[in-house]
Design a protein around this ligand. Structure first.
Ligand SMILES: Nc1ncnc2c1ncn2[C@@H]1O[C@H](COP(=O)(O)OP(=O)(O)OP(=O)(O)O)[C@@H](O)[C@H]1O
Length: 593
């Protein structure tokens, strides 16, 4: 039990802070209030006196999490423009959007860093950018988890006064915060102090001194009241926990010995129509707070963002091109001219398999490394209603295709000519299609694995999964298909590499004329390629069947990755049950997270 029967209210027009010692349950409470993680919570959350409809509420609230998860390789202005295009849709003209961006960047003092790439921003700037991104469609309710962590005193105070300005515009702003300075503490209109999962104080910050005095706890002169109450919560002045909880009714009443009049003035219902101050360009009282741009537009914007990020990551791009060329040259030279050599048919078979291994690992490894981090970003953006997951996923799937097609053709051209494969256009195309399909299936397999795991686990599981796929692809070669046990035959249907290999063998060897045996060789066993295909147990295969099977595996893996990603962001009951079972197994086996 993390939170124990806490109650209370947060009002619009106020900057409210949730305070407490580490582990008191601040983030947990914020997660529940924002609707981010509230599955195991019981009780009720009311909005303007009515039961919260989480779906509706999520449309009008935004949650800025503790980790500054910001899309890399974009400038501040570009990041804002993407957010504006996604969140403001077609309702606003381009000029109005730019104006809104300018206003927000000015307010958050980010105008100077407008053209700085997000990865280069300072900690404070990143934090402010996370706030700026969520302010774009003027949300009436804003949650922030420890927005001042990692900031210096000046930045902290600037951040809090900024939040206060935002709240003054009629919004409900709730943030969790670690021991603030006395000055900051007095800035909050309302503080909610948690200790061991219960509320020990709710009211105007400085009023905590008379509140504690009433309980017989005198705050020493020149002492920060925030520090004092945290020390009280940590039992440094004896056990007053129950008395504090009881006197404030676990947060249900607000202590207001001398609540300043200005507070009473702004206190009102969380009514959207109150948003009239800032930003002028975004007076959106008739705003739906749902996805503003349509699916196609979201897809377009996300695709352009992905391509821009890909283009900006020059080092990785150059490395990839270099890798395809170098590996292409190495493999091509290792199997130099073997495609036409009757004594090297088995080597040539090795070349096909080697090319498939290349197309299995090279597209999959970057996905295993990058996607787990990307999932965290998607989680934040999707939770804050930037776009539909399907639009993101389709954009992601499309974004990698041009590079795969381009680099794949560079590799294929190099190895095909160097290894002396038959110069027939249909065979070349068939070879290329199989390689390309293997590449995009491997990428899908990477997504499938990485959508659920951390980077370390994904990097471990990925290669482990591929080993049986490779073994099953070549199992029984040489001894004939009929000798393979039926169980293994069934297992072989699950290896997409098997279909790829069958397709390649069919495309490159079937129907070809006998090869010549070089004079240096006494005897060449496989000059008849059709005989070799028979020996491999592939005489009855059809190229188009392999292609259909590969397309099927691709759809299965992509569909599976999309499903798993969706479950990661908002799990259904089956998935929750599986997670629960997983947790039990982990805790009973003592497996570390
Ligand atoms: N999923 C979980 N499973 C088990 N315990 C959890 C889980 N999430 C949080 N806790 C525990 O609940 C307590 C409150 O966690 P929470 O993150 O809300 O604290 P916090 O007040 O935000 O702390 P901090 O200020 O250090 O971030 C902690 O003791 C934490 O270990």
């Amino acid at each position: 039990m993390i939170l124990r029967s806490v109650g209370g209210e947060f009002k619009s027009g106020q900057l409210s802070a949730i305070l407490g010692p580490s582990g008191a349950g601040k983030s947990t409470l914020l997660n529940i209030l924002a609707g981010y993680k509230c599955r195991n919570a019981t009780g009720s959350v009311l909005i303007n006196g009515e039961q919260r409809n989480l779906k509706q509420f999520r449309k009008m609230s935004r949650y800025i999490m503790q980790e500054d998860l910001i899309q890399p390789l974009l400038t501040v202005h570009e990041a804002m423009l993407v957010a504006a295009n996604l969140k403001l849709g077609n309702n606003l003209k381009e000029a109005a959007k730019l104006n809104a961006i300018r206003e927000i960047l000015e307010l958050l003092r980010l105008s100077g860093a407008k053209y700085t790439q997000t990865d280069m921003l300072s900690g404070g700037e990143r934090k402010r950018l996370s706030i700026a991104l969520e302010l774009l469609n003027n949300p009436p309710v804003l949650f922030l988890d420890e927005p001042t962590t990692g900031l210096d005193d000046l930045s902290c105070s600037q951040c809090i006064s900024l939040l206060k300005t935002i709240a003054k515009g009629g919004r409900t702003v709730i943030c969790s915060i670690h021991t603030p300075s006395a000055k900051l503490f007095s800035e909050f209109d309302d503080v909610y102090i948690l200790s061991a999962g219960q509320c020990v104080y709710k009211g105007y910050g400085p009023d905590v001194v008379p509140f504690l005095a009433n309980l017989g706890l005198e705050c020493p002169k020149h002492y920060n009241p925030a520090d004092f109450i945290i020390e009280v919560c940590c039992f440094e002045y004896g056990d007053c926990h129950e008395r504090m909880v009881t006197s404030i009714e676990n947060g249900r009443i607000t202590y207001n010995k001398k609540a300043p009049a200005r507070l009473e003035e702004v206190v009102s219902d969380s009514n959207i129509s109150l948003i009239k101050e800032y930003p002028a360009a975004l007076d959106i009282s008739d705003h739906s707070f749902d996805h503003e741009s349509g699916w196609i537009r979201q897809f377009n914007i996300l695709l352009r963002r992905m391509w821009l990020q890909m283009w900006r990551d020059k080092c990785y791009l150059v490395l990839r091109v270099f890798l395809y060329i170098v590996i292409g040259l190495v493999i091509g030279n290792l199997y130099l001219g073997m495609g036409q050599d009757g004594s090297k048919t088995l080597f040539n078979f090795g070349f096909y398999f080697c090319s498939l291994i290349f197309f299995m690992y090279i597209p999959m490894m970057p996905v295993l490394l990058q996607f787990p981090r990307e999932v965290q970003l998607v989680k934040r953006e999707h939770f804050n209603k930037w776009y539909r997951l399907s639009a993101y996923f389709v954009a992601l799937s499309v974004s990698t295709i041009p590079l795969q097609v381009l680099l794949g053709s560079v590799y294929v051209c190099l190895v095909y000519t160097l290894s002396g494969q038959p110069m027939e256009i249909d065979r070349l195309l068939m070879f290329y299609v199989i390689c390309l399909l293997t590449g995009i299936i491997s990428e899908s397999l990477g997504l499938l694995i990485a959508s659920q795991l951390t980077i370390v686990n994904a990097m471990f599981i990925g290669p482990v999964v591929t080993v049986p796929l490779m073994l099953l692809a070549v199992y029984g070669f040489g001894s004939g298909y009929d000798t393979i046990p039926s169980l293994i035959k069934i297992a072989m249907y699950f290896s997409y590499l098997r279909y790829s290999l069958e397709g390649l063998i069919h495309a490159m060897l079937k129907g070809r004329e006998k090869l010549e045996c070089p004079e240096s060789e006494q005897y060449c066993i496989y000059t008849d390629l059709n005989f070799f295909v028979k020996e491999m147990g592939m005489e009855n295969t059809l190229y188009w069947v392999d292609i259909v099977a590969l397309v099927g595996v691709f759809l299965l893996f992509r569909g599976g990755s999309y499903y798993l990603l969706r479950q990661r962001l908002s799990p259904n009951k089956t998935f929750l049950a599986l997670q629960y079972i997983g947790r039990i197994i982990k805790s009973h086996l003592g497996v570390a997270r």
